[in-house]
Write a protein that binds this ligand. Structure first.
Ligand code: TYM
Length: 323
């Protein structure tokens, strides 16, 4: 049986990129008999100095979305990172197996450091991510493309630790789909779709209404041609729409091109919008129907499972380190 780990930050609302890039894979993996850990990584979100008053609400909302998306709770442990202190402990241990230069080379560090105030948390963030993955000895990590570099670092750190102390950690693999692994903003298709509040029209949120979704797709930025063709260099906007349609329908880019050959951009945008609305609507209505008490009791039970697995690994690691 494989162990799967993945995480999501409780900053802002879950969006279409999170679903197509990661959560859909989590759902699939939870339906195979894996041992799955899905973690709301509140410690990671501290790098953005989030509003403490909203933290608990955002964590619960994120958990709700994961359940509404269809994660099989029989095979999964959903929990909050900060409640399992071993994540931070292992992170410290592993920081001694990572070069500063490796961290400085991370694209996300380069992109985010000036925006977020250039603090050390943004630099050491990938070590905490490594600890998240290794604390449960995960084999598979389903994530979007933006996490590829972090996963490579995780593998390197795990190998270095193993070289010194024996075969402690599996070397984890990144799992991602063929399409939808990097959704771009509908308004700025050169940028990644993100939770950031300054691009609400470029992002589809889990609680957007059908009308909002169609409106956002109608105003999506494309190009001055009239051919629905996947070309990431010359046609970023149209390629993004093809990617979204392709991911939700489970068909290839080529099949999408064929289906819409000769269609006008306007018709295509509306059809993608309707497809997305059909995908989002049941998730949001399930989200609204979930009972808060049941979620809290699930989180409590799951926390015990996560704690016991993390404690076991940390005990082994501490023993090897002689502490
Ligand atoms: P986060 O919270 O930014 O995103 C959660 C997941 O969604 C994916 N994702 C996307 N996929 C496709 N297109 C997009 N536009 C898009 N935006 C986000 C992300 O790749 C991610 O899989 N560092 C992580 C959280 C984390 C983690 C971990 C993940 C912390 N520890 C350990 C895996 C393993 C992050 O900020 O994800």
């Amino acid at each position: 049986m494989k162990t799967v780990f993945s995480g999501i930050q409780p900053t802002g609302k879950v969006h279409l990129g999170n679903f197509l890039g990661a959560i859909n894979n989590w759902v699939d993996m939870s339906n195979i008999k894996n041992k799955n850990y899905f973690c709301v990584v509140d410690l990671h979100s501290l790098t953005t100095h989030p509003d403490p008053k909203k933290m608990e609400e955002n964590i619960l909302s994120t958990v709700r979305v994961l359940i509404a998306a269809g994660i099989n709770l029989d095979n999964s442990t959903i929990y909050t990172q900060s409640k399992v202190s071993e994540h931070a402990q292992l992170s410290w241990v592993l920081s001694n197996f990572c070069q500063i230069g490796e961290l400085q080379r991370m694209t996300q560090f380069k992109e985010k450091s000036s925006e977020l105030g250039n603090h050390a948390g943004i630099l050491t963030y990938p070590i905490l991510m490594t600890a998240d993955i290794l604390i449960h000895k995960a084999n598979e990590v389903p994530v979007g493309d933006d996490q590829t570099q972090h996963l490579e670092l995780t593998r390197n750190i795990a190998e270095r630790f193993n070289n010194k102390y024996g075969n402690v950690f599996p070397i984890p693999e990144k799992t991602s789909g063929k399409v939808g692994t990097r959704l771009m903003s509908l308004r700025h298709p050169e940028n990644k779709m993100s939770k950031s509040a300054d691009d609400i029209n470029g992002t589809i949120y889990f609680d957007d209404s059908r009308d909002q979704i169609i409106k956002k797709f109608k105003s999506s930025v494309t190009d001055s041609e009239d051919e629905i063709r996947y070309d990431l260099e010359a046609k970023k906007g149209i390629s993004n729409l093809i990617d979204i349609f392709s991911s939700i329908k489970g068909i290839t880019h080529k099949e999408v091109e064929k289906k819409f050959s000769g269609s006008k951009y306007g018709e295509f945008k509306i059809e993608v919008g309707e497809t997305v609305a059909e995908y989002i609507e049941p998730i949001f209505s399930k989200y609204k129907s979930l009972n808060e008490k049941e979620i809290l009791s699930l989180l409590k039970a799951n926390l015990d499972i996560a704690k016991s697995s993390a404690k076991e690994t940390m005990k082994e690691v501490n023993g090897l380190l002689g502490i």
